[in-house]
Structures are given as C-alpha cells and as structure tokens.
Design a protein around this ligand. Structure first.
Ligand code: PMP
Length: 439
C-alpha cells in the first residue's frame, strides 16, 4: 500500500499554473524554507522559530478538561457553531483584555483561527489590490505575507527603542498621500515586537493614536505577546484609549497553546459584522471544540498563574541569550534587551550579510532568521532575528557561541574580500538597538 502509485505524491504538473489568479504571484515560499528543514535537525540549535514553549503546561489538567468537555458537552463541542464564536468564550476574552485596560462588549469580539486568520480577514475586508498598509520596519513576516497575498503595498515606518517613531509615521503618511495612494490601515505590534523585541512607550502610544485619528487612519493592533512582559504590568492597549479607530487582535497561542488555533479580533460594530461574514465564507465557523476547550481551561484553571510561569521561563531564556551575546559576540554587533516576548533583534557589523551567512551558520549547527524576511522592500540584510523562546538556556548559550564563530568568520571574509552584502546601506535600516552592555 505504502508504495502503490496512488500513494506517491503527485508529480509536478505545469497544467493550470497559467490559470492561477494574479494574487498568487504574491504567495511565494520563503527563500529560506529549504534551510529550515535542515535547521530543524536535533544537532542544530534553532534560534530561528518563534514556537511557544509549552512544556510547562499541565497536560493532566488540560486532558481532564477535555475529557470532561466530551463527557458533558460532546454533542455541542463536536458540532458546527456560530461564525462569530462561542458566547462564553467571547465573554471570557473580554476579561483577558481587561488586563490591558480594554472595556469591551462580547458582541464586538469575533473569534478566529489564531490571530493569523484575523490579520487575513481584516485585510480581506479592507484591502483592494494596490492599497497601502503602513507597517513598522521591520514587521511580522506572517502579516507581510498576508498583505502580499492580497496585493497590498507595504510602506514601512521606522522604529527605535520606544517602538514606532511618530515622525516616521507622519512622513510615511505624507509620502503615500502625496503619491495619491490610499492607506487602508496602520499595522502595529506595540508590545514585545516580533521581530524587533521593543515595545511602544506610553507617550508614543498617545502620539500614534493622535496622528491616526487626525489623519483618519484605522489601526490594526496585533498583540499576541502583551501579557508576556518580564518585569512590569501589561501596558495599556491602544484600543483601550480609542474604541472607534482601532481593531485589536489577541491570541491564546502564546498564553496557552497554539495548537488550539484560537485568536480573536475586537472591532467596532460595522467592521465586526463584515469580519463575521468573511469568517463564515472562509471557515463557516471557528472550531467549536477548540473554543470550548479553551473556555473550560479559562473557567477552571489558574490561567493567570500559568502565564506568570511562562513569563518566568521566558525571562530565564532571555537572560541566557543576552548574557551569551554580551560574553561571546564580536563587539561590532548590536542588539536590544527585550522586556518580554520571544525575540532579540541583532544588527551585524556594517557589510556583513545575514542572509548569505545563513548556510554557513546552519553548517555550524545554528539557525536564525535573516532580517530581510521582515521587510517588504529588501532591507534588513545586515540584521537577524534571534528567538529565545524554545531552546533551553544551555542550548541558547551554545547556539550563540556557534553564531559568534560564524559572525567572526564573516567579518574576516569581509576584511579580505569587502562587503558580503549587496548593499551595506540596506542593512542598516530598522531598529538598531543599544549594545546590551551599554544599556
Ligand atoms: N501576530 C504576531 C505578531 C505573531 O508573532 C504571530 C505568531 N507568531 C501571530 C500574529 C499569529 O499567531 P496565532 O495565529 O497563533 O494567534
């Protein structure tokens, strides 16, 4: 059976390829995908993926909640449900958002298949081909992929250690308007940014809200990491201070587990209605079983205590990474020290190209994501994202040790042959954090 012709993967057929919709031109596999197959081998320390580390979840408690769910509400849990999501869960989601200052009604919550689907639905509802979405520089690769698939044009606005720079936002808006193009929304990740690791400061939040309000720009606030701060209370969401021009996205992927694929959008009523229609056409309804399992977990388990444990675990890994970087990385590298989330953004010495270095790094058994993945415009060659969420502290240190060796070798190559990047200027844009030992 295993080897019968019917069981083989289909041959590469070129038939129909010429009939794909124009939008598929933007749906391309990442150039680094092949390398990641190698990077997932056990001997490679992967500082590349952003997989939440769910090893601390009490599987017995989750298992108990799920078997209880089947026993007591199986026929409902295994049925189709509402396109907007399970009402009890939407109510509980409003409790989760209250931790970030948001007072919302459950009717304004739309449950989605992860917040990734929420990004997709919002873009589907708002964007025609050629519309502009303003994104931070750098920005989340999965959102850039959605914007590309809907044939949007991404215009980046710079960040610094306090997040999105208001003047850069103003400039981007001016430039797009001067070109006669339509801005559909600003996509921002205000907390523990993926990939930059920074958070938007409180004064910046007020300023960004002011700019968008006065320019009539909708904000898409993507916040999967907001409750994963290491030191302070969660920051106040943009949505908490502006209910009518912010769509807020949340997720249980990082605070509970990504396998349930449950996220949500909180949107003003007319937008919310369109999102529900878009959700129904995409999936009929988000998975009822996952929603009810999460609802039972939230109702019967100390989920805030669990998040606290996650934060402690991620803080220990952050410390392992920044200590290793300070001890081992060549002095010409720079990076930021994140106060939460999963990521450090590292800027290489001028002229060293992260993307061309990646195969050599994988040979040295360490992987990262080159900065170019996080820009729609070719920038980022001189930077990389390092994730500290998944490996153990010991593996993180070992990964950084290997990476430091590769960077040193690249620097020597550069001394001998000149820049290893196509354009060192392109590498220097984006957030260039302070060296950890100076901050
Ligand atoms: N937004 C950001 C910024 C992310 O980092 C991720 C996951 N890496 C997502 C959205 C999607 O997460 P999910 O679909 O699992 O909720």
């Amino acid at each position: 059976m295993e080897n019968s012709p019917a069981r083989q993967p289909s041959a590469r057929l070129d038939a129909f390829v010429d009939r794909y919709a124009a939008r598929t031109a933007g749906m391309t596999a990442s150039e680094i995908r092949a390398l990641f197959a190698v990077a997932s081998r056990p001997e490679v320390v992967s500082l590349a993926g952003g997989m939440p580390n769910i090893s601390g979840l009490p599987l017995d408690v989750v298992g108990g909640a799920i078997s209880d769910l089947i026993a007591k509400q199986g026929p409902v849990a295994m049925q189709y449900g509402s396109g907007q999501g399970v009402p009890e869960l939407r109510e509980q989601i409003t409790d989760v958002m209250r931790l970030e200052g948001i007072e919302a009604h459950p009717d304004d919550v739309v449950v989605t298949v992860g917040s990734q689907q929420a990004v997709d639905l919002v873009t589907r509802v708002f964007c025609d081909p050629g519309d502009v979405v303003i994104c931070e520089a750098p920005s989340y690769v999965g959102a850039l992929g959605v914007f590309k698939a809907y044939q949007c044009e991404v215009v980046h606005a710079e960040m610094d250690a306090d997040g999105l720079v208001p003047e850069a936002l103003r400039q981007a808006i001016r430039a797009v308007k001067a070109a006669g193009r339509t801005i559909k929304f600003l996509y921002t990740i205000p907390n523990f940014h993926n990939p930059a690791g920074v958070s938007m400061s409180t004064p910046r939040r007020a300023e960004v809200l002011d700019i968008c309000r006065s320019e009539g720009i909708l904000i898409l606030e993507d916040n999967p990491y907001g409750l994963l701060g290491f030191d302070a209370e969660p920051m106040r969401a943009l949505r908490a201070d502006s209910a009518d021009n912010v769509i807020y996205l949340g997720s249980f992927s990082k605070t509970f587990a990504p396998g349930f694929r449950v996220g949500w959008a909180l949107a003003p009523a007319p937008v919310r209605e369109k999102l529900v229609l878009a959700q129904e056409s995409a999936t009929l309804c988000p998975p009822q079983f996952s929603q009810m399992a999460i609802s039972a977990y939230l109702a019967n388990h100390d989920w805030q205590g669990q998040i606290k444990q996650f934060r402690e675990m991620y803080r220990e890994r952050r410390d392992a990474m920044v200590d290793a970087l300070s001890d081992l990385m060549p002095a010409a590298c720079r990076w930021n020290v994140p106060d939460g989330g999963f990521y450090v953004w590292l800027t290489l010495p001028p002229g060293v190209n992260a993307k061309s270095m990646l195969p050599r790094a994988v040979t040295a058994r360490v992987a990262f994501v080159p900065g170019t993945a996080f820009f729609a415009d070719g920038y980022g060659t001189g930077a990389m994202r390092l994730s500290f969420c998944y490996p153990t502290p010991e593996r993180i240190r070992e990964g950084v040790r290997r990476l430091a060796g590769v960077v040193e070798a690249e620097m020597e190559l550069r001394e001998t042959f000149g820049a290893t990047g196509p354009d060192p200027e392109l590498g220097s844009r984006g957030y260039d954090g302070p060296r950890s030992d100076l901050s």
